[in-house]
Design a binder for this molecule. Structure first.
Ligand code: EPZ
Length: 467
């Protein structure tokens, strides 16, 4: 079903409990290290599922209610992009209500798309719903060039004419009644985003689409389950071959997002690096198989607590191991920086090979400023374990590098001060509150303020009354 585009104002009252990006880059995070973490920590909904499912709501002309949506800067930004397309959104806590009945012909605003790569995935649903889409190229970021040719080639195979002009991807459907047609697609690389874009586009196409060499990440399966809850006909999601039988239209749904496996993995590393004892949940343990295997390989104790929680007990001394990041179910690239922080203190030598992104080792320099011993050779980081890290002023370069610096600060002797916190706020909901709830000593302040540790004690005392 296609709607003729018409300009619609949209009401957005998305709330985010984060400083706005311009404020966050004037703030710093002070961390006083060597505090073993203990207790329970709650895992929020998965950022990388929520963002793509939000674009999936464009496929439906009814009400979509999403639950367990994390309150993050990226979710807020995605909401702004969708509202610019005419989607009505309201968020109350972790419940997000969307209605894409009256979406206008897409003119996703460049200044927002350029800051949020995931918004490019909206090109699939827009072509499926409207037969036309104009989305700025997302452009590169700190970790790589982030090209989109796999998305574009797949859409062309489904009958879209796609031209890139002055940084804008102009796509329109040339087929009869401007409806995409089913196609057999092979992805040269199991790209998460390309798999998601093409799977969404295929839900309303005429005929059957198969995607071979598809990404198998849990977030792809979550998106498929969301689309199927709206009446789509997708099978094979979570495997290398996904089949989609196109339908005429999709209906309203009420859907809950999976827990964030990368946030969960980050907290597991926090428990190990501080030699603490923490319980992390909710989690889906199968989503963390590679991370759990590597934590056990270095000597940390990871056990199941009930059906959806994990307990980690850090060892007095971890040993080194080698890691190669790979598409799921391999070791996730989004956990590479965090695990590197842990390996800087693990005995012996470790090698990390980053095979997914071409520039995702920028946290090495900052970890070395804290006393780590890491050398980079191409896409490999050679790590020699050191007995301790020393707190220092450091600068975050991207989302997961920020998390690695927080973890290093939690383990280091003395105080670590992290700048450029806007990266952290993109992907971790209430990270400081959650860590303080585990006994960490950390506080955020304006860059020129100099809080003393007593402020932290007050913050912890307040936090403990909230838990
Ligand atoms: C998703 O990014 C995630 N983001 C990333 O998480 C994650 O690191 C990545 O998948 C890999 O798991 C979201 O889901 C919003 P890709 P995506 O397409 O889809 C190349 C985080 O920290 N490629 O699987 O952009 C690409 O350059 C973020 O939460 C092409 O060459 O990742 C990269 O080298 C960071 N051409 C590799 O594939 C294309 O057309 C993997 O990219 C598309 C991708």
């Amino acid at each position: 079903m296609r709607l003729e585009g018409k300009a619609i104002t949209a009401s957005v009252n998305l709330t985010g409990n984060h400083a706005s990006p311009d404020e966050a880059d004037k703030q710093v995070l002070h961390i006083w290290g060597r505090q073993p973490l203990a207790g329970h920590v709650k895992v929020s909904g998965a950022k990388n599922a929520a963002l793509v499912v939000m674009t999936g709501a464009l496929l439906c002309s009814g009400d979509c209610r999403l639950r367990n949506v994390p309150v993050l800067a990226d979710v807020k930004r995605m909401g702004q992009i969708l509202s610019a397309l005419g989607v009505k959104l309201t968020q109350n806590g972790d419940v997000l209500d969307l209605n894409a009945r009256d979406i206008s012909t897409s003119e996703a605003p460049y200044e927002l798309v350029s800051q949020l790569r995931a918004s490019f995935f909206a090109i699939g649903p827009l072509l499926a719903r409207l037969g036309v889409a104009k989305i700025p190229l997302p452009g590169g970021c700190a970790i790589g060039a982030r090209p989109v040719e796999l998305h574009v080639r797949g859409l062309q195979a489904m009958g879209a004419d796609v031209q890139i002009d002055h940084g804008i991807v102009n796509a329109y459907v040339t087929g009869p009644n401007r409806r995409l047609k089913g196609a057999k697609i092979y992805l040269d690389y199991p790209s998460v985003g390309a798999t998601e874009t093409l799977m969404m586009a295929a839900t309303l196409a005429d005929g059957e689409t198969t995607i071979e060499n598809a990404a198998q990440e849990p977030e792809v399966l979550d998106l498929a389950n969301f689309c199927n809850s709206m009446g789509a006909k997708i099978t094979g999601a979570g495997t290398k071959t996904i089949t989609i039988s196109g339908v005429e239209q999709l209906h309203s749904t009420d859907y809950s997002i999976i827990p964030d496996r990368i946030e969960a993995g980050t907290f597991l590393v926090a428990g190990a690096i501080t030699r603490g004892d923490i319980i992390v949940g909710p989690v889906i343990p199968d989503h963390l198989t590679a991370v759990i295997a590597k934590l056990r390989a270095i000597g940390a104790k990871v056990t199941a607590e009930g059906t959806n929680q994990l307990r980690i007990v850090g060892a007095p001394q971890h040993t080194g191991t080698d890691i190669e990041t790979l598409p799921y179910p391999g070791f996730p690239t989004d956990m590479q920086a965090q695990f590197m922080a842990l390996l800087t203190l693990s005995e012996g030598n470790s090698v990390i090979s980053e095979t997914v992104f071409e520039n995702r080792l920028r946290h090495v320099a900052e970890l070395n400023r804290m006393g780590a011993d890491i050398r980079v050779k191409g896409n490999h980081a050679i790590i020699r374990g050191v007995p301790f890290l020393s707190g220092a002023p450091v600068v975050a370069t991207d989302l997961r590098a920020s998390a690695a610096l927080v973890l290093a600060g939690l383990a280091a002797q003395g105080k670590t001060t992290i700048q450029q916190l806007q990266h952290l706020d993109r992907g971790y909901e209430s990270l400081e509150d959650k860590l303080r709830g585990l006994g960490a000593k950390l506080v955020r302040s304006l860059a020129d303020a100099e809080p003393d540790a007593s402020l932290v004690s007050q913050a912890i005392a307040v936090q403990s009354t909230l838990n």
